[in-house]
Design a protein around this ligand. Structure first.
Ligand SMILES: NC(=O)c1ccc[n+]([C@@H]2O[C@H](COP(=O)([O-])OP(=O)(O)OC[C@H]3O[C@@H](n4cnc5c(N)ncnc54)[C@H](O)[C@@H]3O)[C@@H](O)[C@H]2O)c1
Length: 254
């Protein structure tokens, strides 16, 4: 490994499994101390233990990113154990499936609370710490679904488009303080979230085949996204802010 994140403290939300867990492991191998915030205690603790067993530094803190009080105490825990964060990766997300006529009002609200409001809640606590440290990098997890109107999950698509635009607004506001804010837009990545999404479809095999057809490079792996996140977290991307970085297997070129 090349230690591209040496000396940095990174908070990653939703890092107990999937893309977030892989990012936590790769960030740690690249030299970052990683604060893992997630509701899944067993899996979150296991990711932190794996990082420690490889000689890295990590702390798991149980935190629901829609709960302001839990966010406050989790961030305090990370700061006392690892130091002040230079990187925040707002990765936690859920996918609420169902068309406009089938969705419940609660489902719609939950979709926006986890995917969008959480970014506001966590960022407002981390930004003052980054300001004090003279800058930082915030990565907001968006999706190909911000740009492609998939019919199976309109609330998810709308939430990810909101993430892209929230990111632009934050980027402009905080650029003078050297706090960069970018969104990351993966294509379809083979995680438990994707398998759960498929399981909710009437014909999972047909939906999977259609998704494969739409991506010139096929379905991606969590590592494919983690390396883009390393670039966004590192000083290599120091002139980049407000940008949706597409790592989507070519779907938007179709
Ligand atoms: N997998 C894909 O195809 C894909 C594509 C584009 C974007 N994304 C986005 O990437 C992110 C991660 O996706 P994934 O596939 O790894 O999902 P995943 O379900 O495997 O992992 C998501 C993690 O977030 C955590 N989480 C959910 N709600 C939370 C909450 N309220 N508070 C704290 N933690 C919470 C879960 O416990 C889980 O550990 C999501 O934002 C997702 O929308 C995924």
């Amino acid at each position: 490994m090349t230690q591209r994140l040496s000396g940095k403290v990174a908070i990653i939300t939703g890092a107990a499994r999937g893309i977030g867990a892989t990012c936590a492991e790769i960030f740690a191998r690249e030299g970052a101390a990683v604060g893992i915030l997630d509701t899944n205690e067993t899996r979150g603790a296991a990711v932190a233990a794996k990082i420690a067993s490889e000689g890295g530094q990590a702390l798991f803190s149980r935190c629901d990113v829609t709960n302001a009080g839990e966010i406050d105490s989790a961030i305090q825990q990370v700061v006392s154990a690892l130091g002040s964060p230079n990187v925040l990766f707002n990765n936690a997300g859920i996918a609420v499936v169902g068309g406009v006529e089938e969705l419940s009002e609660e489902g719609w609200d939950r979709q926006f609370a986890v995917n969008v409001k959480s970014i506001f809640l966590v960022s407002r606590r981390v930004i003052p710490l980054m300001r004090e440290a003279g800058g930082g990098s915030i990565i907001n997890m968006a999706s190909e679904s911000a740009f492609v109107g998939f019919p199976m999950h309109p609330a998810y698509c709308a939430s990810k488009a909101a993430v892209v635009h929230l990111t632009r607004s934050m980027a402009i506001r905080y650029a003078p303080e050297r706090i960069r804010v970018n969104s990351l837009c993966p294509g379809t990545i083979d995680t438990e979230l994707y398998q759960e999404f498929l399981a909710q479809q009437a014909d999972p095999e047909a939906v999977n085949a259609e998704i494969l057809r739409l991506h010139p490079l096929g379905i991606g792996q969590p590592e494919d996204i983690a390396w883009a996140a390393v670039y966004m977290a590192s000083d290599e991307s120091r002139y980049m802010t407000g940008t949706p970085l597409m790592v989507e297997g070519g779907i938007t070129a179709m």
